[in-house]
Design a binder for this molecule. Structure first.
Ligand code: ADP
Length: 497
């Protein structure tokens, strides 16, 4: 009984009411506007110099690389011009030591070596052809222009973009910490390492993965209007949307095409409300914050994204384990003296380590509707070394995980809803009954059962959207958007050379 009461108390602390959602939407709109007006605000609202979204007719062979968090992806994309494409890709985990390397060069040299491997593996003919050509041609890079792969570089960290292939790193997030890289142009860092390996590759565009998601979605699902927003809910969270140039008040330093009257804005919404005006803050959010690499920053992301949800859950579970009134994950068959006090958790369980609980198990918990919770209990044993957990204990874990996931989905609706309102498209008489398209990507939104339905539920209570408006918002998965999206931006950039 004590356990049940404690769980209810924890679950209740993760509740985020309809009123909370509406307050947060108002604050989100305010912070968006502030970011469009000047630099140095909580939400950076970064101009991307991309001034339109594709319509599905684009063609050509491009490369794309993606440094987004947990993995580095390298791919080549053949755009077929009919809203479809073919692609080939490699994916490699970023070695942990490179995420906190002494110099930026160490990380970027690794990335260039992976690009080389990819070319050798998948484009060996083109690649050798390039190498032969290089010996006979005297262009600055040593390659004929038509033999150089244009590459979009998806780099999903806060960057001050000053041109389509130029941008300096503002700060690291998601567990990266290489101070040497701050303030440097990340395209130049990568190009330097590519050139050292004599690869026929030009870093043509600096792409945020959210912008890529938006472009990919617009290419694949062209409606009358294209997509209005691309959003990521993976290791981190962020969104990019199409804004009217007239609302973008801060000065721009680079060149861009003004004819469309629009520009894609990378919101960097992970930093929404770093001041905690409207974001919820439980004691577990506070505990996570205290031990995080970047206290005070990415406060929204820390309540929404895959990297953090598991850690919030872990901290709540640890509290329960330390609570003398509660018996959780204890050996009920131990001798009568210590009955209920011997733990069934292995000493080196991830439950006892910071970041030791992967958010993926929250999906397992959510998915498990079995009367015995057999799947979740097995997962607790396999991934967290909790041996033969009782049904009640697994249920406690499931309820807390659900509360944290639900809060994250409702907070996600705040960002999506605010941006849909910002575009004004729901009220545009010309778009009556047209869907308002939103492309999403990331393991959380892809794999967490019920994440999108929970977003919709919260969207429908937002003033100015309501149930009818929520029905018109079409949230669609865009898989590998950072690949094809980056290729599309490289294509746009090549056109501007
Ligand atoms: P990235 O954002 O790094 O490109 P992903 O979109 O795959 O990559 O997101 C990885 C994050 O998603 C990790 O934080 C991981 O804990 C979390 N994750 C992985 N699988 C799942 C899952 N099935 N359910 C919920 N979260 C997951």
């Amino acid at each position: 009984m004590a356990l049940e009461a404690e769980i209810q108390s924890i679950v209740q602390q993760f509740e985020y009411s309809d009123g909370d959602v509406n307050n947060a939407v108002k604050e989100f709109l305010r912070q968006m506007d502030e970011g469009l007006g000047k630099d140095g605000t909580s939400m950076s609202q970064i101009p991307t110099y991309v001034t339109g979204v594709p319509n599905g007719t684009e063609k050509g062979l491009y490369m794309a690389v993606d440094l987004g968090g947990t993995n580095f992806r390298v791919c080549s994309i053949q755009l077929l011009g009919n809203s479809t494409f073919t692609h080939t890709y490699n994916k490699v985990a970023i070695p942990k030591h490179l995420m906190v390397a002494k110099t930026a060069q160490e990380l970027f040299a690794f990335l260039a070596s992976e690009i080389k491997k990819f070319l050798e593996e998948h484009h060996s003919e083109d690649f050798e052809h390039h190498i032969r050509r290089r010996k006979t041609v005297s262009s600055p890079s040593g390659f004929r222009d038509e033999h150089i792969f244009r590459m979009g570089f998806t780099f999903s960290f806060p960057v001050k973009q000053v041109g389509i292939n130029k941008g300096t790193l503002i700060r690291w997030t998601k567990g990266f910490d290489i101070p040497d890289a701050i303030g440097k142009d990340v395209c130049a860092l990568l190009q330097a390492e590519i050139d050292k390996l004599h690869l026929p590759v030009k870093v043509a565009a600096l792409v945020n993965d959210t912008v890529g998601t938006l472009m990919a979605r617009s290419y694949a699902a062209p409606g009358k209007q294209g997509s209005v927003l691309g959003a990521i809910f993976g290791t981190g969270t962020n969104g990019a949307y199409v804004e009217k140039l007239s609302k973008l008040k801060k000065p721009l330093s680079g060149e861009y095409d003004q004819s469309t009257g629009e520009m894609v804005i990378n919101t960097e919404w992970g930093s929404f409300d770093n001041q905690l005006n409207v974001l919820p803050s439980t004691k577990w959010d506070v505990a996570l914050e205290k031990d995080s690499l970047n206290p005070g920053f990415q406060m929204y992301e820390k309540r929404v994204s895959g990297m953090f949800l598991g850690e919030i859950l872990r901290l709540a579970i640890i509290d329960l384990l330390n609570n003398p009134n509660v018996s959780l994950f204890k050996d009920e068959n131990s001798s009568s003296n210590d009955r209920g006090s011997v733990t069934i958790i292995a000493k080196d369980s991830g439950l006892y380590k910071q970041w030791g609980l992967d958010t993926a198990i929250m999906s397992t918990a959510e998915l498990d509707q079995d009367a015995e919770l057999a799947g979740l209990r097995q997962a607790l044993e396999n991934t967290l070394d909790v041996y033969a957990p009782a049904y009640e204990d697994a249920m406690a874990f499931k309820k807390i995980a659900h509360a944290i996931g639900r809060r994250a989905a409702r907070l996600s609706a705040v960002a999506i809803g605010a941006i849909v309102l910002q575009t004004g498209k729901l009220d545009d008489p010309e778009l009556k009954d047209e869907p308002i398209d939103v492309g999403v990507d990331g393991s959380l939104v892809e794999h967490y059962p019920g994440f999108r339905p929970m977003i919709y539920e919260a969207l429908s209570v937002i003033d100015g959207i309501g149930e009818e408006g929520a029905k018109r918002i079409r949230i669609g998965l865009t898989q590998d958007g950072s690949g094809v999206g980056a290729a599309l931006i490289a294509l746009v950039a090549a056109g501007m050379e």
